[in-house]
Design a protein around this ligand. Structure first.
Ligand SMILES: [Zn+2]
Ligand SMILES: [Zn+2]
Length: 301
């Protein structure tokens, strides 16, 4: 099953040096989840050959403009392009008011249904579930209420061993895949473990932007497979990071180490950094398996 994320934007605050503000596209089993939607996200989707129409779920972390100023444009374009299937948005409550006022004064009546799910940023909770995924909020520490998102794959079914199951009626497949042994009419028992192999373990992706270092959210992201964490500044600007409620690259590495992540992606880079190698090296000095969330790159989760 596909479980991968493509970086559409990883700049903090303003678009600079060809870096766009925050946005990521998660593909889980060919369903598309947009995480944050900074200005220019539509253009980025086009640039990297994704169809915005395929996005059915949008998650917005907080209401600083670099995380949602692209949303009204995206929603309007979907309307103009004839979308009729509903769109689900998970975001801080005031965003609905912001969207409605823009639709009101542009006299836009969406052709499709906007299902808005307000997020409470006071305790971690499950906000979404379908056949593939569960999504939980991560309570971050930023200047305004901010939540990250933990995307956790569900345990999948065992896989049939094709050569062995060819002679068995298909009616028994479902039970065998669930790990249930089957009794044939003649009394013969088909053991699930003889006809199937275990499913791959479920994987998880935690998205943390924006926040300062704060141990209170570590439990929510513990042992995640891939952690995306903001790393706005180098550690020599720790005072600035604390003041603005952001994290340094060194701290991002420390967090990945403390929570037992397998891989770290860093992003939300300050516009003061024209090149990013120094940020990468700083994070890698404490957590080696770190990569830069460079736009256009797709990471297998
Ligand atoms: Zn930001
Ligand atoms: Zn912010």
């Amino acid at each position: 099953m596909k479980f991968e994320v493509t970086i559409l934007g990883s700049s903090s605050a303003t678009p600079v040096f060809n870096r766009n503000p925050s946005a990521q596209l998660l593909n889980c089993n060919e369903k598309f989840y947009l995480i944050d939607c900074g200005e220019g996200t539509q253009q980025q989707l086009t640039k990297y050959n994704f169809k915005a129409a395929r996005i059915d779920y949008i998650f917005i972390s907080h209401l600083h403009g670099d995380h949602y100023f692209g949303l009204i444009g995206l929603l309007s374009s979907l309307h103009l392009n004839g979308r009729i299937k509903p769109m689900q948005i998970f975001a801080p409550k005031p965003l609905l008011e912001i969207l409605e006022i823009q639709f009101k004064y542009s006299d836009t009546k969406l052709r499709y249904q906007l299902d808005f799910f307000p997020i409470e940023a006071n305790e971690s909770q499950q906000i979404f579930e379908n056949g593939d995924l569960i999504v939980k909020t991560i309570i971050l520490n930023h200047r305004i209420p901010t939540t990250g998102f933990s995307f956790e794959q569900k345990q999948r079914q065992r896989k049939l061993i094709k050569e062995k199951t060819d002679e068995i009626p298909m009616a028994y497949y479902t039970a065998l895949k669930k790990g249930i042994d089957v009794e044939l009419p003649n009394g013969e028992i088909l053991k699930s473990e003889d006809y199937t192999t275990p499913a791959e373990p479920p994987r998880s992706y935690a998205y943390c932007s924006d926040t300062m270092f704060d141990e209170r959210y570590f439990a929510t992201i513990k042992d995640c497979d891939t952690l995306y964490h903001e790393a706005t500044f180098m550690h020599d600007l720790l005072d600035r990071a604390n003041e603005t409620h952001h994290t340094t690259a060194l701290q991002a590495g420390e967090i990945a180490k403390i929570i037992g992540a397998k891989k770290l992606l860093i992003g939300h880079f300050s516009s003061r950094y024209k090149t990013l190698q120094m940020l990468l090296e700083e994070a890698q000095s404490v957590f080696e398996n770190t990569e830069l969330a460079i736009e256009g790159r797709t990471f297998q989760l």
